[in-house]
Design a protein around this ligand. Structure first.
Ligand code: F6R
Length: 261
C-alpha cells in the first residue's frame, strides 16, 4: 500500500487522476471501477478536464460502479445510477451503454448480483478501481464484518452509514436501509486500487486502515493485501497517521528519482 499525503482536495484529485490515467493508458478497452460519494468528486472533475482537453479519451472505456441502493426509486436523483451518470458518465464523456451500476431494482437481487460479477469477469476484470472510505471503514458498501472473500451481494447499511449519507436526502428516514455492493473479494481482484480521502472526519478510518491490524471490523484494512493500492489523502485525513513523516519522505524520494529518470 502506497500512501501519498498532499495539502488539499484539489491536489488529491490531480494526483489521483495521474494514477488513474497512467494505469489505463494504452489499454485497448480500459475497465474503470467507479465510486460515488463526495471523496472522488475532485478526481472526476480533473478527469473531466483532461477528457475535454483531449488528453484522454474515455469513450471506449467500460465502467462498473461499486454499489447501488436497494429500494430507492430509480428516478430518485440520489440513486447511484443517476449519480454515476451525472458525476462521471457525462463529464468524462463515457458511453452510457458501457457503464453499469448494480441493479438494486431487480426482482431477484442475488441473481442480479451474480450476473454483475460475471459481467466484470467477462470484461477482463477491473483495471483501476476508484475507492473512497466510509467513516466506519467500509469500502463499497462492505460494512464491518463483511467477509474478506465476499462477492457482489445485498448488504444492510449500518446506522452510521445511513447517518453519514443522510446529507444527500431530505431526512434520515429517506435513506435506504439496504444496498447491493461489490464484495471485498471483487474489489481485491482489481489490478490497481486508487483510494481518495479528504477531511479530518476520515482521519481515524485512514489510520486504522493503513496502520491498524487487518480485521473484519475495519473492512478497508484488507487493502493492505492488495498488490497495487495507492491511497491519496489530504493533510487533514492523514492527521492521525503515526508514520505520516515516513510516507511524506518516501513520496518525495520517489518524485526525485522519477525526475532524474
Ligand atoms: C460509494 C462507496 C462508499 C463511499 C464512502 C465514502 O460508492 O462505495 O464506500 O466511498 O461511503 O463516501 P464519501 O466520499 O461521500 O465520504
Amino acid at each position: 500500500m502506497e500512501v501519498i499525503i498532499v495539502d488539499n482536495a484539489e491536489q488529491v484529485g490531480r494526483i489521483a487522476a495521474d494514477k488513474v490515467i497512467e494505469n489505463l493508458d494504452g489499454l485497448v478497452t480500459p475497465v474503470l471501477g467507479l465510486a460515488t460519494g463526495s471523496s472522488p468528486l475532485s478526481l472526476y472533475a480533473e478527469l473531466a478536464r483532461r477528457s475535454k482537453e483531449g488528453l484522454f479519451d474515455f469513450s471506449h472505456a467500460l465502467g462498473f460502479a461499486l454499489d447501488e441502493y436497494v429500494g430507492i426509486d430509480p428516478e430518485h436523483p440520489e440513486s447511484y445510477r443517476n449519480v454515476i451518470h451525472r458525476t462521471v458518465v457525462e463529464p468524462l464523456g463515457m458511453d452510457p451503454n458501457r457503464v453499469r451500476v448494480p441493479n438494486g431494482f431487480a426482482d431477484d437481487l442475488q441473481a442480479a448480483a451474480d450476473e454483475y460479477d460475471e459481467a466484470i469477469e467477462a470484461a477482463g476484470g477491473v483495471d483501476v478501481q476508484i475507492l473512497g472510505i466510509g467513516s466506519n471503514g467500509h469500502i463499497g458498501f462492505n460494512e464491518p464484518f463483511s467477509s474478506f472473500s465476499s462477492r457482489t451481494r445485498v448488504e444492510i447499511l449500518t446506522a452510521q452509514t445511513r447517518e453519514d449519507n443522510a446529507r444527500f436526502f431530505n431526512s434520515l428516514d429517506e435513506v435506504p436501509t439496504h444496498c447491493m455492493t461489490q464484495g471485498l473479494g471483487t474489489i481485491m481482484d482489481s489490478r490497481v486500487a486508487v483510494m481518495v480521502v479528504t477531511g479530518e472526519h476520515k482521519a481515524d478510518a485512514v489510520a486504522a486502515m493503513v496502520e491498524g491490524p487487518v480485521s473484519q471490523v475495519m473492512p478497508a484494512s484488507i487493502l493492505q493485501f492488495h498488490p497495487n493500492c495507492i491511497v491519496i489523502v489530504d493533510d487533514a485525513a492523514a492527521s492521525k497517521l503515526k508514520y505520516a513523516d515516513q510516507f511524506r519522505a518516501e513520496y518525495e524520494l520517489k518524485q526525485q528519482l522519477e525526475a532524474k529518470a
